[in-house]
Design a protein around this ligand. Structure first.
Ligand code: SAH
Length: 230
């Protein structure tokens, strides 16, 4: 799969490539949320991966990043963002900062994003990317995201970008009334993408959005380092 771009497109920080990505990978599928589409059009995904991966940044695929982790496929990021149903005033928690790409996508649709990463290196690289690209409403913390971020709770939306064995109760507890949690739950090979809504009456509604494959969620309410459910 190759595509030719003019000098102008490259100077335009690959806008044409993103337009192509958004059309063929999002709109031609089932992504209809205008805010999600706009955000993926604007976030420079190639600046969230290493130089040797940049030419593939707008392909329909996940890519390797540092610490043996991955930056999710653009379509999956869009699907999760759409499922969160974000509003401009929402406070969002993300578990699994990774490259920082999905946090950047969410930050353009919400008021603020708090994101937790267990690998110090990834957290530092993501912070540097946010700083260089002018993202000012994202706060990064190193730690075990399965416990949430109690000091900043409650959140209108919580996104987990790694696959766990169960829905961590700590995250459900940190959802505001009317809040939405999106999380891949299953075994290490394959997970169901779940959405949990906490209604204004404090009831939980759970839906399945499809099958996905994420790197493991490792922590107190996730898998342990050996790959067993904690
Ligand atoms: N959202 C990322 C995807 C990263 S992959 C992006 O757009 O690039 C998932 C990330 O979750 C990995 O970086 C992994 O280190 C991290 N992770 C796994 N378990 C975690 C936990 N308990 N707390 C915080 N981060 C975790």
């Amino acid at each position: 799969m190759t595509k030719d771009y003019s000098e102008k497109d490259l100077l335009n920080d690959r806008h044409a490539e993103r337009e192509w990505m958004v059309r063929t990978q999002l709109i031609d599928r089932d992504i209809t949320d205008e805010a999600v589409i706009h955000s993926l059009l604007k976030v420079l995904r190639h600046r969230f991966v290493n130089e040797d991966k940049q030419e593939f940044a707008y392909y329909d695929t996940a890519l390797e990043i540092e610490a043996e982790q991955t930056i999710s496929q653009p379509y999956i990021v869009a699907l999760m963002a759409q499922a969160l149903g974000l509003k401009a005033n929402d406070k969002v928690l993300e578990i699994g900062t990774g490259s920082g790409y999905s946090a950047a996508v969410l930050s353009r649709m919400a008021l603020s994003v708090y994101t937790i990463e267990r690998h110090d290196l990834l957290a530092r690289l993501a912070e540097e990317r946010f700083r260089n690209q002018g993202y000012k409403n994202i706060e990064v913390r190193v730690g075990d995201g399965t416990l949430g971020w109690l000091e900043k709770a409650p959140f209108n939306a919580i996104l987990v970008t790694a696959g766990g064995p169960v829905i961590p109760d700590s995250l459900v507890n940190q959802l505001a009334l009317g809040g939405r949690l999106v999380i891949p739950v299953g075994d290490k090979g394959e997970q169901h993408l779940l959405r949990v809504k906490k209604t204004l009456e404090n009831e939980l509604i759970e839906e399945t959005l499809g099958l996905v494959r994420f790197v493991p969620l490792i922590g107190t309410k996730g898998w342990n380092e050996m790959g067993k459910s904690c």
